[in-house]
Design a protein around this ligand. Structure first.
Ligand code: NAD
Length: 433
């Protein structure tokens, strides 16, 4: 059992802290957001993530997990200090490292005894060297820095933490690597050991590759539409080849969220810094830009003008099972629809509060999918929540003014839509009229 401090209680920090306490470590999570800390102390998770609240409460009550706003208190007696603060995107596409810099200051100020500083945050190659140099300059207390990038997916973060494919540990010392191995052993997940810079690169390369798969299949989808093929079948046929794999081959309205958009941009910039033009990744980003606006293009083609039309928006979160709205396609679609003079009525099972803050004021929010559809001229299916996948064609027919559906996630069977008389536009599949 180790004493562990986790800095930052967002999607990564809180899930990591809770999981480390679940496998028996004594964990103290520190955040500068007093409201978040107060809420966690009351047993309420500040984020929506399936299974997290229960596990957090269980370990909090068992005394293995605690929360504080004091870095000094968190670092006292810590064997390892995990950094899990945000690394958002700056205007110019580069990674904004101000939270990392402030954490380096916190550690330099309050480190009392040897600890391994573990960077979970996604940081550009070379950042761990910076963290090490900064802390070394400001304290005499010994420490090591390890890169330990995070691969969890929002919406299944708890599951992923206990069932990951690998744990990457980038370290320049045997001692730090062995402490990390010991901490992670109870997870029973294969550990891949490498140097710090390669570890930092593994994270960016992995996200860039997954984004590439998505944009690739979306380009194939665009071709399928023009050539009369069905992208779902094409992807299935491709995916059965083990060299390709079936995952991340779902055509749709592109990737969003807090990672792929910012990490692909950051990697283009990281490459640019060493005079390498990452042509492929730039194209991946460009395809995604178009893809996130695809439903508007299809709706414009159908209606000629969207002025005065009422559009039911089903889903606002960037993907199902999360309340995260960062870089969600819904934000772009809501803005474009309002600009085009349409009325937007939106519903999401969990992400309406964060959506309200990002959507134009003109958007109406309702508390059920039926109310969203009721009397609308068309529906945009934006997030593939189970609740929407389970809707029957008859429900669309009975609620919508005319049964017109633009499905950004290919949720329904073409034949069933045809049989119900729905005008159905999806991605990379024949239009049903
Ligand atoms: P987040 O924005 O949800 O949470 C960051 C938290 O850090 C906030 O609660 C903030 O108040 C806190 N914080 C900032 N500065 C602090 C300080 N000095 N001391 C204590 N707390 C501080 O971020 P996130 O989505 O959890 O992402 C964290 C990192 O993990 C990022 O680098 C991200 O790229 C990476 N990552 C995220 C995911 C994901 O799915 N969200 C997956 C893999 C990797």
């Amino acid at each position: 059992m180790k004493n562990i401090a986790v800095i930052g209680t967002g999607y990564v920090g809180l899930v990591t802290g809770v999981a480390l306490s679940e496998i028996g470590h004594s964990v103290i999570c520190v955040d500068i957001d007093e409201q978040k800390v107060a809420s966690m102390r009351e047993g309420i998770s500040p984020i929506y993530e399936p299974g997290l609240s229960e596990l957090m409460k269980k370990n909090y009550e068992a005394g293995r997990l605690s929360f504080t706003t004091s870095h000094e208190m968190a670092f006292a007696g810590a064997d390892a200090i995990y950094i899990a603060v945000g690394t958002p995107q700056k205007e110019d596409g580069t990674a904004d490292l101000r939270f990392i810099e402030s954490v380096a200051r916190n550690i330099a100020e309050y480190l009392a005894d040897y600890a391994v500083v573990v960077t979970k945050s996604t940081v550009p190659v070379g950042t761990n060297d910076y963290i090490k140099q900064y802390i070394e300059k400001h304290t005499d207390v010994p420490f090591d820095v390890v890169s330990n990038p995070e691969f969890l997916r929002e919406g299944s973060a708890v599951h992923d933490t206990f069932n990951g494919d690998r744990i990457v540990i980038g370290s320049s010392t045997g001692l730090a690597a062995s402490i990390l191995k010991e901490i992670n052993k109870p997870f029973g997940i294969p550990i891949f050991k490498t140097d710090i810079r390669s570890s930092e690169m593994i994270k960016y390369a992995s996200n860039a590759f997954l984004a590439t798969k998505i944009s690739f299949v979306n380009e194939i989808a665009a071709l399928c539409e023009k050539l009369g093929a069905n992208v779902d079948d094409v992807a299935q046929g491709m995916g059965q080849d083990k060299r390709i794999g079936e995952k991340f081959l779902n055509a749709g309205i592109g990737y969003g969220g807090s990672c792929f958009p910012k990490d692909t941009s950051a990697l283009v910039q990281i490459a640019g810094n060493v005079e390498h033009e990452f042509t492929l990744l730039k194209a991946v980003i460009e395809v995604n830009y178009k893809q996130q606006r695809l439903l508007i293009d299809k709706a414009r083609e159908h209606f000629d003008s969207l002025r005065g039309k009422t559009i039911a928006m089903l889903g606002t979160a960037f993907k199902p099972n999360t309340d995260d709205m960062r870089e969600a396609a819904s934000t772009i679609l809501a803005r474009e629809l309002v600009l085009a003079g349409a009325n937007v009525v939106a519903y999401d099972p969990v992400a309406m509060e964060p959506a309200r803050k990002l959507f134009p004021e003109a958007v109406d929010f309702v508390d059920s999918v039926e109310s969203a559809l009721d009397g609308a001229d068309a529906a945009f299916l934006v997030t593939e929540w189970d609740e929407f996948k389970e809707l029957t064609p008859a429900q669309y027919v009975s609620f919508l003014k005319e049964p017109v559906l633009f499905d950004g996630r290919n949720c329904y069977d073409l034949e069933k839509m045809k049989a119900a008389g729905i005008e159905y536009y999806s991605v990379g599949r024949p239009v049903v009229k």
